[in-house]
Design a protein around this ligand. Structure first.
Ligand code: PLP
Length: 385
């Protein structure tokens, strides 16, 4: 099936009992058993598995071209499950600009368990190569990255790890956080990644009405360990959240087309504006990642970042003058949002680390929604002054 068909049908067959075309929301925490220890219809307790989540997990796996999908209560709950693949003494190798919450999770939660995080000197394959060590057990990357929209050649990173041995003789696991691209634009498993992670809160749900997360893998060994953790730790989404996410997914490729259109229009507008110093948008042909992006993605998400001339004061002014674009954290919804990474999504990163990563106080990250691009440009024109 093609992607437009998959989003509508994968994991979403009409309900066999009633014929309902939407997967019913199964509000049941437990399921009747046939006497002692006999599962009647494949379910026993809803944390372990339930029909609403099973349908969503089937959809997620299909969208990423993976064998197994796992749904979680948030992107961070999904990330935590992936980090459970590690042991004390293992190292995570990551990039300078990844989601600030991932940085916080690595350093503030996992360091105390003896899991160290090494940050490559730059968001490049060469920098990752230079930072690999015998203790590297997990390589955690984003492409496009949050918030600077750097593009990383995922197949090249997978090639780097092929044949390498991690701390227990296993090849280091390559995890790609695919939140920014969404499976409509990029499938990291096909590029050699072992695990794909998502904040389902973003493009997958698409309507800023649910917090959820997902992992997808084709590796049976990893899936068994992740599935065990999902049940043991219990960070699962509610049946209602599963339904909302699945409903959002059905329009994902249609939404992505308009997000992309608006990103191109707004990026071009910002580039020509006298109050804008630099625009970060991988759809520009002179973006250093453009060729790789064209090769590994099927389009561009609605994400554009830029530096405002005049520093933090100018950002404050800009945010106070926006009338349509909403100043807020998060991204990927139908409505356009403006985020200030230094004080919002990446505030958990110490200022000197933030600056090293290029997350300056005058950096603004836009998530362009699906409104008419002319209205977004008009709003920005008035707000930039
Ligand atoms: N990964 C990326 C790239 C994100 O932007 C976010 C949230 O902003 C997350 C993971 C975490 O997801 P959640 O907020 O659903 O826990």
């Amino acid at each position: 099936m093609k992607f437009l068909t998959l989003v509508v049908h994968a994991g979403q067959e009409p309900d066999p009992r009633t014929g309902a075309v939407n997967v019913p929301v199964h509000f049941s925490s437990t399921f009747a058993q046939d006497g002692l220890g006999g599962r009647r219809l494949g379910f026993e307790y809803a944390r372990t598995g339930n029909p609403s989540r099973q349908a969503l997990e089937t959809t997620l796996a299909a969208l990423e071209g993976g064998a197994h999908g796992l749904a979680f209560a948030s992107g961070q709950a999904a990330s935590t499950a992936a980090l459970d693949l590690l042991q004390p003494g293992d190292e995570i190798l990551t990039l300078p600009d990844v989601y600030g919450g991932s940085y916080r999770l690595f350093h503030r939660v996992y360091e105390k368990y003896g899991i160290r995080t090494v940050t490559a000197a730059a968001s490049t394959v060469e920098a990752l190569k230079a930072a690999l060590s015998p203790a590297t057990a997990l390589v955690w990357v984003e492409s496009p990255s949050n918030p600077l929209l750097n593009i990383l050649d995922i197949a090249a990173v997978a090639g780097l790890l092929a044949g390498r041995q991690g701390p227990r003789g296993e090849r280091p696991v390559l995890l790609v956080d695919n939140t920014f691209a969404s499976p409509a634009l990029q499938n990291p498993l096909a590029l050699g990644a072992d695990v794909v992670a998502h904040s389902g809160t973003k493009y997958l749900s698409g309507h800023s009405d649910v917090v959820a997360g997902a992992l997808v893998t084709s590796r049976q060994d990893l899936w068994e360990r992740l599935k065990f953790y999902q049940n043991a730790a219990g960070g699962v989404p509610s049946p209602m959240d599963c339904y909302l996410l699945q409903r959002g997914i059905r329009t994902l490729p249609l939404r992505m087309r308009q997000h992309e259109r608006n990103a191109f229009q707004v990026a071009a507008f910002l580039r020509g504006h006298r109050k804008v110093e630099t625009v970060f948008f991988p759809g520009f042909e002179d973006h250093p990642g453009y060729a790789v992006a064209r090769r590994q993605m099927r389009g561009f998400p609605g994400m554009v970042s830029f530096r405002v001339a005049g520093g933090l004061e100018a950002v404050r002014e800009l945010f106070s003058r926006l009338r349509l674009i909403v100043p807020a954290e998060s991204l990927g919804g139908v409505e356009s949002l403006a985020c200030h990474p230094a004080t919002m999504t990446h505030a958990a990163i110490p200022p000197e680390e933030r600056l090293k990563a290029g997350i300056t106080d005058n950096l603004v990250r836009l998530s362009l929604g699906i409104e008419d691009g002319d209205d977004l440009v008009e709003d920005l024109t008035a707000a930039l002054g």
